[in-house]
Design a protein around this ligand. Structure first.
Ligand code: GLN
Length: 497
C-alpha cells in the first residue's frame, strides 16, 4: 500500500471521505514506511499504537458523519511539543524521561481536528541548531543524496526530524518550531514546504521554550495547500498564552486556491545578496522572481539596510532568552536528576546540568549568561534589542512599498553530516537569510523550487507583513505552480527509504 504514502493531505481527505480507504489503512502505510526508514532517525519516539488507536477512532467518527477537518491524517510531531502521557524530550538528555501530564495547545487543536500522531520527531537539542546534529538521540539523516554519491547529508534543522519524515513519506505533514529558521531551512533542504506564521498566531503553551520572544509554532508538508490546511487548524488565540493574538484567523486554504499574484508587489532586498553566495542560489532567486513576474506580479528592488546586523543581534538575544528559560532544568522538578543523595543542593544542580545538557546547549547558556551579566548587559543585550527594533522598522518601511518579500531561505543546499562540527560560527552563518524576519516577528515560508546540478533541492523564501500569512501562502502557491517541483528522494522512488 505504498502509494497511500504519496498522497497529499488534501487528496487523502477526499479519498477518506469517499471511503476509498480507511484511516487505519492510511496510518498503517505510514507506520510501515517509518519502520523501513528507521535508519534516517527521524523520530525520537515512534507511537504506532497511539496512531492506530487514533486512526480507529477517526474511522468511527467518519462513519458517523462527525469527521473533523484533518480526520485520520498521520503527522510527525516535533519533540518540542508536550504530548500528554507521551515522552517529550526536546532531544535533550535532561528530559530523557519526561512524560508531560498535559497536552500543548497546538497538538490539542490538531488532535481535536482529527489528526493522528505517528511519532515525536527529532530536533536539535532544545531546537538550538541548523542541522539536527545536536540531538542527544543522534542526528537525523536527510532522505536526499547527491547524485551518484552516498554520503549522508544533514536534513537541516532544527525541525529536521519532521522534514525528513515528510520528505521520506513517513508522515503527511509535521509540526515544527521556528525561532530563527527551524521550519523554513529544513523544509528547503528536504524539498518540501514549510511555514512559520506571525509571532502570536499560534499558542506557545506546552511547547518547550527556547527563546520566548522568537519561538513560534508552524508546519511542514509537501504542498503549500497542505501547509495552509494544517496551519488553519493550529492557529488562534489561547488564554493560556498571553503572547498569542486575539484576532480572527483568516481562511488560509482559500488563499492558496487561486494563487493569483496579478498586481502583487514583490520586494527583492539587495542586502540579501551576501558575499560568497553560490551562483546557483542567485540563479534560483532570479528564477523565482521571474516566475512571479510571468504571473503578473511586479518585482521591485528594496533595501533592508540593517540586514547585516541581524545575525549578531539574533545570536545575542536568543542565547540570552535561552539561558533564562533553561534555568528551570535543575533536577528538582522533572527530567534527569544526577546524584540522588547530593551533599548540597548546588552539587545536585551542577551534576544534573553538566550531564543533562549537550555541548551546543551549554555554549548557548554560557553565551546568554554572559550577555545578560551586569557590566555587559548594556553593551550586548540592550544594544541588540535596539538593533532588533531597527530591523523591524526596515521591514515595516519596505512593506509600505511591497506586499511580500522574496529571498533564498538558505545559502546552500544540504551538506554532509559533520561538516561544521568544529566550527559553531560557520554553523550560525547558515541562518543569515532566515533570522531577520524572526527578529521582526514576521511570517515566512519556504517552498521547493529547483534541484541543484548535484540533484539536491533548493527552496525560495516568501516573507509577509504581520498577520498576512494569506498573501505569503498565495505567493508560495504561485511559485509552486510555476516551479512544478515534483522530484523525490531517490530512496523514496525506489521504495527503499
Ligand atoms: N538555527 C537557529 C538557531 O540555532 C534557529 C533555530 C530555530 O529556529 N529553532 O538558533
Amino acid at each position: 500500500m505504498t502509494e497511500l504514502t504519496h498522497l497529499t493531505i488534501k487528496s487523502a481527505i477526499e479519498s477518506l471521505e469517499k471511503k476509498e480507504f480507511s484511516s487505519a489503512e492510511l496510518v498503517q502505510a505510514h507506520i510501515d514506511a517509518t519502520e523501513k526508514a528507521r535508519h534516517l532517525n527521524a523520530f525520537i519516539t515512534e507511537t504506532p499504537e497511539i496512531a492506530l488507536e487514533q486512526a480507529k477512532a477517526s474511522d468511527a467518527r467518519r462513519a458517523k458523519g462527525e469527521a473533523g477537518p484533518l480526520d485520520g491524517i498521520p503527522l510527525a510531531i516535533k519533540d518540542m511539543y508536550c504530548t500528554k502521557g507521551v515522552r517529550t524530550t526536546a532531544a535533550s538528555n535532561i528530559l530523557h524521561n519526561f512524560v508531560p501530564p498535559y497536552e500543548s495547545t497546538v497538538t490539542d487543536k490538531l488532535f481535536n481536528a482529527g489528526a493522528v500522531m505517528i511519532g515525536k520527531s527529532n530536533t536539535d537539542e532544545f531546537a538550538m541548531g541548523t542541522t539536527t546534529e545536536s540531538s542527544a538521540f543522534g542526528n537525523t539523516i536527510n532522505p536526499w543524496k547527491r547524485k551518484g554519491d552516498n554520503t549522508d547529508l544533514i536534513p537541516g534543522g532544527s525541525s529536521g526530524g519532521s522534514a525528513a519524515a515528510v520528505a521520506a513519506r513517513m508522515a503527511m505533514g509535521g509540526t515544527g518550531t521556528d525561532t530563527g529558521g527551524s521550519i523554513r531551512q529544513p523544509a528547503a533542504m528536504c524539498g518540501i514546504a514549510g511555514i512559520r506564521p506571525t509571532y502570536g498566531r499560534c499558542s506557545r503553551w506546552g511547547i518547550i521554550a527556547y527563546a520566548s520572544s522568537f519561538d513560534q509554532a508552524g508546519v511542514l508538508a509537501r504542498t503549500v495547500e497542505d501547509c495552509a490546511l494544517l496551519l488553519q487548524n493550529m492557529s488562534g488565540f489561547d488564554p493560556k498564552d498571553s503572547t498569542s493574538a486575539d484576532i480572527p484567523v483568516p481562511d488560509f486554504p482559500a488563499a492558496t486556491r487561486t494563487g493569483d499574484v496579478k498586481g502583487l508587489k514583490v520586494g527583492v532586498p539587495k542586502e540579501f545578496r551576501v558575499e560568497g553566495m553560490p551562483e546557483i542560489i542567485e540563479k534560483n532567486w532570479q528564477k523565482g522572481a521571474q516566475w512571479l513576474k510571468d504571473q503578473g506580479a511586479e518585482v521591485v528592488d528594496i533595501s533592508l539596510p540593517h540586514t547585516k546586523y541581524a545575525l549578531p543581534a539574533y545570536y545575542i538575544l536568543v542565547p540570552s532568552e535561552a539561558s533564562s528559560n533553561l534555568a528551570r532544568f535543575d533536577g528538582v522538578r522533572y527530567g534527569l536528576r544526577e546524584h540522588d543523595d547530593p551533599e548540597t543542593l548546588l552539587d545536585m544542580y551542577e551534576r544534573t546540568r553538566a550531564s543533562g545538557f549537550g555541548d551546543e546547549t551549554k555554549r548557548r547558556i554560557m553565551l546568554g549568561t554572559f550577555t545578560l551579566s551586569a557590566g555587559y548587559y548594556d553593551a550586548y543585550y540592550v544594544k541588540a534589542q535596539r538593533v532588533r527594533r531597527l530591523i523591524q522598522q526596515d521591514f515595516l518601511k519596505a512593506f509600505e512599498k511591497v506586499d511580500v518579500i522574496l529571498t533564498p531561505p538558505t545559502p546552500s543546499a544540504a551538506y554532509p553530516i559533520g561538516e561544521n562540527d568544529d566550527d559553531p560560527i560557520a554553523m550560525y552563518l547558515n541562518d543569515v537569510f532566515t533570522v531577520p524576519l524572526n527578529l521582526a516577528g514576521l511570517p515566512g515560508m519556504s517552498v521547493p523550487s529547483i534541484l541543484t546540478p548535484e540533484g539536491l533541492p533548493l527552496g525560495l523564501q516568501v516573507i509577509g507583513k504581520p498577520w498576512d500569512e494569506a498573501t505569503v501562502l498565495k505567493t508560495a502557491r504561485a511559485i509552486e505552480r510555476a516551479a512544478g517541483f515534483n522530484a523525490m528522494p531517490s530512496s523514496v522512488q525506489t521504495g527503499a527509504a
